[in-house]
Design a binder for this molecule. Structure first.
Ligand code: PMP
Length: 462
């Protein structure tokens, strides 16, 4: 076999990829037919592919490269740690300096009494851990019947059996999840799609009160926790009405239900605060973290839990749970360096005071486009609803997502990675994006929207 390198022709790389690599969330035949886009390098907010095209990555990879690509400091931190101590476990009464330092740092950054971290290698694993923690916690408090976890339809919490069960993604549920008993789903606070004639504020309250109704239906003595993303990411950057989270917090407090904020996307500056919970004004008992924790340079996730939970677990003796890579020293060293950069370069404040408001202003200019019915953002998470009728929040005839897919294809052709969720376009660029790059992003988005619109007119679909 010839050496497989960046210099191999794209077609050959694509054929080998299709022959041996099963891609996540991908139709393998479609992939084999069109060939994967092969990314070879990246710097700042820009990717380079195997054909030499430069593409602006308005999705930060998978919502994770918060400090941007090409940061030598993270490379150096990983290399130093690999030389000094590439691995040691945190089982059996052992620890190491990077994980000690990272845990103390996370306790300092996290709100409230979230002072304790259990590590994983991903967001999915961290949510699996949360199921274990929540059930063990209530059992340890003498309430073993408090096991049910309430989550939301169209929420995303990962792709392990636990994460997929907590998530409310219908296409995943049709393929073998949910399999974990005792997980139920209520409706999401997606006003644009599901709000009918209600005002967003009325709708936010109505959706939050479904939690109360579900608790009363199941009996509060059986309910352990509620989990939600402060802003749903994979569900389409669903920014809940302002009334939603305060009401959820009130209900969790009233019935003694643990509140889990899945901060895998919203954490580490994405919404203009360190955590989305702070932006949304909630006080979670547990936060799921991953992605921006290391800016995606190396896999790491975790569950940040309150003093009350950590103390209860400690009093109960052994917690029979853990992963080989829980608190991996190289991942911890990279995370620490990433957090140092976020802090020293004031990137979270920058999102809050500067690039977040600038993006909001520029993004909102797309609202005058004939295809766009909603153009919203929080921090550096943005969403556009594509619609054939703005006033009625109308949906396109035909398969949902077909127009979104057309738009995404035009975006790629115009040098922009923007993702589509159904007929909604979403962005989450690196926090280091500049004003000039935001201008380019919005220009390319508009051009792509224009081309999508022209295509729809030409095909008689608008
Ligand atoms: N929770 C949320 C909110 C996520 O967005 C994701 C990933 N997109 C996950 C959990 C799962 O994380 P991972 O893919 O690292 O397992």
């Amino acid at each position: 076999m010839p050496a497989i390198t960046n210099h191999m022709p794209t077609k050959e790389l694509q054929a080998l990829d299709a022959a041996h690599h099963i891609h996540p969330f991908t139709d393998a035949n479609e992939l084999a037919e069109s060939g994967a886009r092969i990314i070879t390098r990246a710097e700042g907010v820009t990717l380079t592919d195997s054909e030499g095209n430069q593409i602006m990555d308005a999705m930060s990879g998978l919502w994770c490269v918060n400090i941007g690509y090409g940061r030598q400091e993270l490379v150096d931190a990983a290399a130093r740690q690999m030389q000094e101590l590439p691995f040691y476990n945190t089982f059996f009464m052992t620890s190491h300096v990077p994980v000690i330092a990272l845990s103390a740092k996370l306790a300092e950054l996290a709100p409230g009494t979230l002072n304790h971290v259990f590590y994983s290698s991903s967001g999915s694993e961290a949510n699996d851990t949360n199921i274990r923690i929540v059930r063990h916690y209530w059992a340890s408090k003498g309430k073993p019947e408090k096991t049910v976890m309430i989550a939301r339809k169209n929420g995303y919490h990962g792709s392990t059996l636990g994460g997929g069960s907590l998530g409310g993604m219908a296409p995943m549920h049709s393929q073998g999840v949910p399999v974990i008993p005792g997980i139920v789903h209520i409706d999401q606070p997606h006003w644009w799609n599901e709000g009918g004639d209600m005002t967003p504020e009325e709708f936010g309250l109505e959706r939050a009160r479904q939690l109360e109704a579900k608790i009363l239906e199941l009996g509060e003595d059986n309910v352990a926790a509620f989990i939600g993303e402060p802003i749903q990411g994979a569900g389409g950057v669903v920014i809940p009405p302002s009334t939603y989270w305060p009401e959820i917090q009130r209900i969790c407090d009233k019935y003694e239900i643990l509140l889990i904020a899945d901060e895998v996307i919203c954490g580490f500056g994405r919404t203009g605060s360190w955590f989305g919970s702070q932006t949304m004004g909630i006080r979670p008992d547990i936060m799921t973290i991953a992605k921006g924790l290391t800016s995606g340079y190396i896999p790491m996730g975790g569950s940040l839990v309150s003093d009350e939970i950590a103390n209860t677990l400690a009093a109960a003796g052994d917690f029979n749970h853990g992963y080989t890579y829980s608190g991996h020293p190289v991942a911890a060293a990279v995370a620490l360096e990433n957090l140092r950069i976020l802090q020293e370069e004031k990137l979270v404040e920058r999102v809050h005071d500067d690039v977040g408001p600038y993006l909001a202003k520029q993004w909102a200019t797309l609202l005058d486009h004939p295809l766009v019915g909603e153009a919203n953002s929080v921090g550096l998470m943005g969403t556009l609803a594509l619609t054939p009728g703005k006033a009625k929040r109308a949906k396109f005839a035909g398969k949902e997502g077909a127009v979104g897919l057309r738009c995404r294809t035009r975006c790629f052709a115009n040098g922009l990675v923007m993702r589509h969720v159904g007929d909604r376009m979403i962005i989450a660029p690196p926090l280091v994006i500049t004003h000039a790059e935001i201008d380019t992003l919005v220009e390319r988005a508009r051009k792509s929207l224009d081309e999508t619109y022209e295509g729809l007119l030409k095909d008689g679909l608008f």
